[in-house]
Design a protein around this ligand. Structure first.
Ligand code: 13P
Ligand code: SF4
Length: 341
């Protein structure tokens, strides 16, 4: 098998004394995650992006899986998918730069249709989102007439436009229970659907989508880590397979996992999710030892400082959608946020 690594083409910017001084407080915070030798390659971008976002009244929203230089260096708001959607609706900025994947930028556009929403790399996708189309949902509705459709937020706007109500990993059980029905179509994540089914009496009809990052974990790996680290707390994202969830001490959204670490301050923890999150959470929880399973999301990792600067500077990579799709898809996201209130 041949592996092809795509390297960003960007010019190395000068690490001046002024930039060094201005970015020093940021480096002090994230020095545990970024070696000193790498800082001169990040700092000029961080400096320029932070300056530019003020000049343009732009806000940078970052998902919890972004790398530490983005998460701690330039983001105005870092969170899980639910909180990012809520923040996109709330912000008074003119421009939203979404440091995340395509469905997150689309969701931000649905929530703030008059704002300019930029995604630094338009090819940052998601295996769950690409597992299903709006046409597939139409067919499911024909097969199960009258059964409400609950779609995970990790879907395209096209799928959302065929959806009754959206959910995220933070509120999936609550949304399903809130409908007061015996049966729902829950898509596209088969593992999340299985997890929800363990938490509710509602019958779940699922779809065969999976997250390419979380499906790689297994319970053998967790048992081995427990054997070598007595007392460790294992916390898992609900996109993981059922054997992994059963072998874990806690299951929650990315922000739910962060809150667990913050509140419980375990001596040792393993976050069974994307790798960068442990780096980010470690910085805010210096007394916790993180045992890191390393599965990276290739889509999240397409977002880099040079691409962020480029799209903010030139206002490129704008999310544009048909008004009709925006109207229909927004209803399913708004219904979710109303139930969550
Ligand atoms: P959260 O909503 O929990 O942040 O999850 C989003 C995601 O894509 C996880 O893989
Ligand atoms: Fe999609 Fe999985 Fe990446 Fe999350 S981690 S964006 S679900 S591929």
């Amino acid at each position: 098998m041949t592996f092809v690594f795509q390297v960003d083409t960007f010019t190395l910017m000068e690490f001046t004394a002024e930039i060094k001084k201005a970015t020093e407080p940021i480096y002090q915070k994230i020095s545990k995650a970024i070696p000193e030798i790498e800082w001169p390659s990040h700092a000029p971008y961080i400096y320029k992006i932070n300056k530019l976002k003020k000049e343009k009244n732009a806000v940078i929203l970052a998902h919890n899986y972004q790398t530490p230089e983005i998460y701690h260096g330039i983001s105005d708001f870092s969170a899980d998918s639910l909180a990012l959607a809520v923040e996109a609706a709330r912000t008074s900025a003119d421009i939203i730069v979404m440091c995340g994947v395509h469905f997150m930028a689309e969701t931000a556009k649905l929530m703030s249709p008059r704002k300019k929403v930029l995604l630094p790399d338009m090819s940052a996708g998601c295996s769950l989102s690409s597992s299903i189309t709006g046409k597939d949902v139409k067919n499911l509705k024909k097969k199960y007439p009258g059964v409400p459709v609950v779609s995970y937020v990790n879907t395209s706007a096209d799928v959302k436009s065929e959806t009754d109500v959206c959910c995220t990993s933070a509120n999936a059980v609550k949304i399903v229970n809130s409908l007061g029905v015996k049966k729902v179509i829950f898509l596209p994540d088969d593992y999340l659907a299985k997890y929800v089914a363990t938490q509710t009496d509602v019958e779940i009809i699922s779809w065969k989508g999976t997250c390419e990052v979380h499906e790689q974990f297994n319970d053998e790996e967790i048992n081995e880590i427990r054997k070598n680290n007595p007392g460790i707390k294992v916390i898992a994202h609900p996109e993981c397979p059922p054997d992994v969830i059963s072998a874990s001490d806690f299951t929650g959204s990315t922000s739910g996992m962060i809150k667990y670490v913050k509140d419980n301050q375990p001596e040792k923890v393993m976050m069974v999710t994307e790798c960068s999150m442990s780096d980010n959470v470690q910085i805010d929880n210096p007394n916790v030892k993180f045992i890191r399973p390393c599965n990276l999301c290739p889509h999240m990792k397409k977002i880099t400082l040079p691409k962020i600067l480029d799209c903010l500077q030139n206002e490129t990579n704008e999310i544009l959608m048909d008004q009709d799709i925006i109207e229909k898809a927004r209803k399913s996201v708004e219904r979710m946020t109303e139930i969550g209130r």
